[in-house]
Design a protein around this ligand. Structure first.
Ligand code: IMP
Length: 436
């Protein structure tokens, strides 16, 4: 039985949802282990469109049990909205959802805290966060004084006792930072959030025990990472990262599943690079409204699912990819959105970085240093053919195959899957694979 993980190898938005959709029927459990509603997945299922951000996308697979692990930070109204969306779309969800009792809760004061913190950093230093309260909630978790977990929503008296000192301190800090900052009321929050606890009571469980059980009994589990590995708090372009381990490193801590048991790690890679928010991106195309960057953005519909922001676009960065593929020990690469590159005369891949005239070894962990790195490019011929109807490797033009083979060589890992469009059928299994 497979213990698989789908993880992004870039700065998020690698189209992980499509691979999850293909893989989830082969697993009994689908698990989110990091992040929260900062992720955004638009998933088409049986002709209907669902916008999920906190529930695992695998919940759309009718036989799977969905788990929101302890490493996720949860804004409960968002879970309820997503469950309502599923019901409206004719998909059962609530009865197949387990939420870790140890997952931390995002309250409205976390949104205000994030707003104050980002405006305090100013426009040049702002991280460009999604405004979903993610960072402040993880700060409270790590700080251990002001944190509230899902289990606390199950008893209103306990919740209120915890909220009173937290809200008092947050209100005072917010006022000190901005006299017009929003203020919060512990009683109102306790009423509202204990009501969410009541609705979700049956779903809130010790999910770590369930994960151990799956490992012990060989019950298949699929882990869905949110964001991309370059946004990982420990291994990404710090401090322009998210506040969780968005690489496979987060599985063990964020779900309790012994990650030593993983059998397959799918590293999801867009055929070019995108990034939303601030921070360095060595291969970014800054060539104006008529340039290639804009063309790729338009064809690839590169706008944030959560915030609608235009994504920054650039060439494929093999230096960054090698770093994240190794970090995750990805045994298969899935090369997504290859069709977006059709029609370009030539394509570039960054094969190394230079800093002050010298080649840089590895991927710099310091954002300031990364920001000063200049990519060294290799140029490959493009292809003019529309590849959206290709279904097997031999349907692809020679230049597209050469591009895929070069990615494999540079990253040192096989490309097992190539995606040439959003539809499930627009998936090419390479190297004799068929997804079975
Ligand atoms: P936060 O996760 O909202 O704190 O944002 C931190 C950084 O991660 C910002 O640059 C965001 O744009 C980025 N980010 C967070 N979630 C995603 C995602 O799902 N896709 C791409 N970027 C993301």
């Amino acid at each position: 039985m497979a213990f698989s993980c789908v993880v992004g190898l870039q700065w998020g938005d690698e189209a992980k949802g499509k691979i999850v959709d293909v893989l989830s029927p082969k697993h009994q459990y689908v698990v989110r282990f990091n992040g929260g509603a900062n992720a955004g997945h638009t998933v088409k299922f049986e002709g209907k469109t669902f916008k999920l951000s906190i529930l695992p996308t695998g919940i759309l697979c009718p036989n799977a049990t969905a788990v929101v692990g302890n490493g996720v930070v949860i804004y409960p109204p968002r879970i309820l909205e997503e469950l309502a969306q599923l019901t409206e779309g004719g998909v059962s969800g609530k009865e197949r959802l387990l939420i870790s009792s140890s997952a931390h809760v995002i309250f409205p004061y976390h949104f205000e805290q994030e707003r104050l913190s980002e405006s305090d950093r100013g426009s040049t230093e702002a991280i460009g966060t999604t405004g979903r309260g993610i960072g402040p909630c993880y700060e409270d978790k790590a700080g251990r004084r002001w944190a509230i977990r899902m289990v606390d929503l199950l008893d209103k008296a306990v919740l209120l006792a915890k909220l009173i000192p937290v809200v008092d301190r947050k209100n005072r800090i917010f006022r000190a930072l901005d006299p017009n900052a929003k203020q919060f009321d512990a009683n109102d929050l306790a009423n509202e959030f204990s009501a969410y606890g009541d609705i979700l009571r049956e779903n809130i469980r010790d999910t770590q025990v369930i994960m151990s059980d799956c490992a012990g009994k060989n019950i298949g589990v699929l882990f869905e990472a949110a964001q991309g590995s370059l946004l990982d708090i420990d291994h990404g372009s710090y401090p322009y990262v998210t506040s969780s381990n968005s690489s496979a490193a987060g599985i063990w801590s964020g779900s309790g599943f012994p990650a030593s048991r993983l059998t397959q790690t799918y590293g999801i890679v867009k055929a070019y690079t995108t990034r939303v928010g601030g921070g360095p991106m060595p291969t970014e195309l800054l060539d104006g409204p008529e340039g290639l960057g804009e063309r790729i953005r338009r064809i690839g519909r590169e706008y944030g699912t959560v915030t609608g922001r235009p994504r920054r676009v650039g060439w494929l960065d093999a230096v960054a990819l090698k770093h994240t593929a190794n970090l995750n020990d990805a045994n298969v690469l899935c090369l997504m959105l290859l069709d977006v590159l059709s029609g370009l005369e030539e394509l570039k891949i960054a094969i190394s970085y230079e800093l002050d005239g010298k080649e840089v070894v590895g991927f710099p962990s310091d954002a300031a240093m990364l920001g000063r790195c200049k990519p060294v490019y290799e140029t490959l011929p493009g292809w003019s053919e529309d590849i959206t109807t290709a279904r097997k490797p031999s349907d692809l033009p020679a230049a597209a195959l050469a591009y895929i083979r070069r990615v494999e060589q540079l990253v040192g890992r096989p490309v097992g899957v190539v995606s040439v469009g959003p539809d499930r059928c627009q998936t090419i299994w390479m190297n004799g694979g068929n997804g079975a």
